[in-house]
Design a protein around this ligand. Structure first.
Ligand code: SIN
Length: 311
């Protein structure tokens, strides 16, 4: 007997979409993560033959997102996705670290059903908030049988978890998939799919739940003009397990910084080379002495390395 998928679960975690300001004209001086997910859903159009179920998983400004919330969120996603009647999950989230949470969920869940993250650049109290439309679009994506895997629905565009990056501090259309391009557009509640919607290759190939309580410590360092090795040496002395370097261009490194990283590697610290460029990917060479984090931004390379180093 075929089970009808008739429920979309919306998990709230906070962010500007749940932000409250003193006046409707204030789009900057608000407090993020104050309005409950139930309230955010009031007035959101429910796709035909679907019902919504809301659950507040956290209530944070996403700059303060942490491993404990990630573990809880992954667990709640897995719980709901396993239910036959659930078509997909929507996660409301602050925009600042949404791409990290999306990539983390992609790595640990590998879901075949859609998990759609969304948020807003303006608070819920704004005279012209973008949250309600973004949330309606995310629900439409989660209900669409063409959608699968973890993605971000924002400003009418659907981005894959691996490629999505916040690229603007203020504009409503704040995300880009770089040269990979978006997966789809959402037009009046309908998906216009642009390219195959398959989960690209990342470090982890299968779901890895439940997660351990202790996460390996992985830090990000950056190459820049005049970069030295003092930060790397201090982190190694402090017991770091892994380092991701945000290199220049194709992951190139100042020679003093590179010496520090190579020494760290010799001492057992796992090191990966990403690029601080907003677009493109680090293209590896056989002569590389520090492995490239191919196709991952520094923040996503950090997540991949943490998962790789997990006991
Ligand atoms: C946050 O990331 O929680 C605050 C900023 C935003 O959601 O736009």
């Amino acid at each position: 007997m075929q089970v009808r998928r008739e429920e979309i679960v919306v998990l709230g975690t906070g962010g500007t979409i749940a932000g409250r300001a003193a006046t409707a004209g204030d789009n900057l001086g608000y407090r993020a993560a104050e309005v409950g997910v139930d309230t955010l859903l009031q007035g959101v159009a429910v796709p035909a033959n679907m019902r919504l179920h809301a659950e507040q998983v956290a209530q944070v400004d996403s700059k303060d997102m942490d491993f404990a919330i990630w573990a809880t969120l992954a667990g709640r996603c897995a719980h709901w996705l396993a239910r036959d009647e659930v078509a997909g999950v929507v996660v409301t989230h602050g925009t600042d670290t949404m791409e990290e949470t999306a990539f983390f969920l992609h790595c640990v869940l590998r879901p075949s059903k859609p998990v759609v993250l969304t948020g807003a650049m303006r608070p819920a109290t704004s005279a012209a908030p973008d949250g309600p439309q973004n949330l309606a679009d995310a629900v439409a994506v989660a209900a669409d049988p063409q959608a699968r895997g973890v993605c971000v629905a924002f400003a009418g565009t659907v981005h894959g978890a691996v490629d999505v990056q916040k690229v603007h501090t203020y504009r409503l259309d704040a995300y880009s998939s770089g040269d990979a391009g978006p997966l789809a557009y959402v037009e009046e509640g309908r998906l216009r799919v642009l390219r195959p919607w398959a989960a690209p290759e990342v470090a982890q190939a299968a779901p890895i739940l439940p997660l351990p309580v202790a996460w390996p410590r992985v830090e990000i360092v950056m190459n820049h003009a005049g970069a030295g090795r003092a930060v790397v040496d201090a982190l190694v002395k402090d017991g770091v397990a892994g380092l991701v370097v945000a290199g220049t261009g194709n992951g190139s490194l100042n020679q003093v910084l590179e010496e520090g990283l190579l020494e760290a590697q010799q001492q057992g610290v796992a090191v990966r080379r990403a690029s601080r460029c907003a677009q493109g990917r680090v293209l590896p060479l056989p002569s590389d002495r520090i492995p490239a984090a191919v196709g991952l931004s520094p923040v996503k390379a950090r997540i991949a390395l943490m998962l790789e180093l997990m006991p």
